[in-house]
Design a protein around this ligand. Sequence first.
Ligand SMILES: *[C@@H]1O[C@H](CO)[C@@H](O)[C@H](O)[C@H]1NC(C)=O
Ligand SMILES: *[C@@H]1O[C@H](CO)[C@@H](O)[C@H](O)[C@H]1NC(C)=O
Ligand SMILES: *[C@@H]1O[C@H](CO)[C@@H](O)[C@H](O)[C@H]1NC(C)=O
Ligand SMILES: *[C@@H]1O[C@H](CO)[C@@H](O)[C@H](O)[C@H]1NC(C)=O
Length: 479
Amino acid sequence: MQILLITIVIFMNHNQYVKCGSVVDLMYNKMSGIKDFFLDTYTAIRTRINTVFHLGTGSHDSTSNNTKKQSVTNIRLSSVLKRSNPLRVHSQPGVQTASPGEDIAHRPAHILTTPQLAATHGRIIETHVTYTLDGYILTLHRLRTNKVFDETDYESKKRIILLHHGLLGSSADWILLGPKKALPYILSDQGHDVWMANARGNYYSRAHIGLNLNSDEYWNFSWQEIGERDLPAILDYIRKTSNSTEPIDYIGHSMGATALLVLLSVEHNYNRYIRIAFLLAPLTFMAHTRGPMEMMAKIEETALIKLLGTREFLPNRRTEVPAKYAELISKLCNDLDIYCRNPLFFLAGSPMQEGTRTVESADQLQEYAPAGGSSKTIIHYLMLIASKKFHHYKRPDWQFKLKYISTPMLILSSNDDLISNATDNQMLYLSILNPLGHIIIKDQNFSHTEFAWGFNADLLIYYKIRDLIELGPDVITIQ
Ligand SMILES: *[C@@H]1O[C@H](CO)[C@@H](O)[C@H](O)[C@H]1NC(C)=O
Ligand SMILES: *[C@@H]1O[C@H](CO)[C@@H](O)[C@H](O)[C@H]1NC(C)=O
Ligand SMILES: *[C@@H]1O[C@H](CO)[C@@H](O)[C@H](O)[C@H]1NC(C)=O
Ligand SMILES: *[C@@H]1O[C@H](CO)[C@@H](O)[C@H](O)[C@H]1NC(C)=O
């Protein structure tokens, strides 16, 4: 184990700017018996992450202390739920209101919440709370627009837009680019009503009316449940709150796109509720996914579950580092590409754009990502890589019926994306009923996560999206 670890460190020391993915690619090409090797390597990395950040080990870390705290929270939440339905937590200007779904215990306390971060950008974000039919309590963030428009004037009527974050992300991802470049602000400045979802299991949506956070039952979901259960609850809540019958616009990154495709193929009615969908680096067909996920897909399920646990994917990330590990950290990690220590970047590939890799950006990204998700979410994706199909959990024979999706959709890919490959997305393009186009960003150092916070994302995609929303699906013609 020690030798493997040293090998990795040496690889990385030799090339500071190497992508995590390409390091693994290199090992992949060199080694035979890759499965066992990778299993060991991953375990080593995981152990190191745990040591450095003083983490629990997923399924085995339910201290009695935590459990007690959580059940008290749950009692409080269920009484809150009975009182008012649906819940809405108002934020007054300058006043930050936490949602009952927000998990203070697991979010690093020194990082700002989405509304707090927005406040530093001079924006006001409201916190809304809704819950799913299976009892998960979800936080929605809504950007208050500065523009006033006349409700009775049809011409001035602006869109309602829902943004859904990607794998292991949160609503904060969308605004990390700051006051000038972030997508929600660009859209809001057009007068649109911008909402941001938080999927079950992330910092803002970690409560349940009955289930304990430290239970297998709570974490028993993948992106399939996020699509089938979270999204309808969110869409229904937005429609109700905004008192609008107009179909809304949807922008989904990565898993946010997967979730929408699941919903629309399972509940055909919802196709009518969406006017146009933008799928940024969607994960559906994953035959050409490369890097660590491709390799993990070769590991059999029982070994994977042993490795990843049955609950949260690398949970309880605490950023304050105990003093006794300080020396160890400086030895192990000082020269290591910091992205390789982050589970999200390990899976999806590290940011590649020069600007995104500045010290300040890198530091901030380390704090906000990952924001939480279940191991089953990862495992379900690994199943798609193995099967090369887009199907229900553990059921390669039961594929999602993309041919029933009639919502007009625009797909965006990048040829630098390690996990959402343009070749696979072309297959998606050919599978849905009403594709508007497939834009491939070429040779811009635009990796999977940079669709949300890439330094150049505003120039490469956000203004395009803004303009296409103005045009509407009937006018858009892109081939
Ligand atoms: C998880 O959910 C599935 C059905 O969706 C069920 O068969 C299984 O028993 C559940 N497992 C746990 C630990 O709750
Ligand atoms: C919602 O819209 C309907 C019809 O346009 C209107 O009668 C009703 O008063 C509105 N409700 C709210 C809460 O704005
Ligand atoms: C995407 O898949 C193609 C094969 O069709 C492959 O050549 C390419 O390297 C893949 N892209 C990435 C970023 O892995
Ligand atoms: C991509 O990154 C490489 C290495 O940092 C750099 O040499 C190249 O100019 C970058 N390309 C673009 C389009 O920014």
